[in-house]
Design a protein around this ligand. Structure first.
Ligand SMILES: [Zn+2]
Length: 123
């Protein structure tokens, strides 16, 4: 057998495998949002981020769903009432807001303002 020319060089298939493994590892991180950040988010929104509903127990909703690569971070979590959270589920947020006849633009603008106030990086 001839000696291998580049024994230490990674093939592109290997590189792709490593990249995929790294993405999978990142996707499993679900505890970036601290309790303090969560309370700051609830204070800032003052109710459900989508329908402004108040009083009901608010749940952590990922604006970009986890199934689409979103994570539980300050920049991606908003408080949502149980009804909005269940309805939105894995939907892409702007399309879902439009279907629900909610104010998509008001949500996006308020989200950006709140994240700036809380010093978050939107991701
Ligand atoms: Zn709601």
């Amino acid at each position: 057998m001839p000696p291998r020319k580049f024994p230490s060089r990674r093939s592109s298939a290997q590189s792709a495998r490593y990249a995929k493994r790294r993405r999978n590892r990142l996707a499993k991180v679900d505890n970036d949002l601290t309790d303090a950040q969560w309370h700051a988010l609830m204070d800032a929104w003052g109710g459900c981020a989508y329908c402004q509903g108040q009083g009901a127990a608010l749940q952590r909703d990922c604006v970009m769903p986890v199934s689409r690569g979103g994570r539980y971070t300050l920049g991606n979590v908003v408080p949502a009432c149980a009804s909005c959270n269940a309805s939105k589920h894995n939907a892409e947020v702007t399309g879902w807001l439009r279907r629900k006849k909610l104010d998509e633009r008001a949500f996006l603008e308020r989200h950006a303002v709140i994240l700036r106030e809380l010093g978050a990086h939107q991701d």
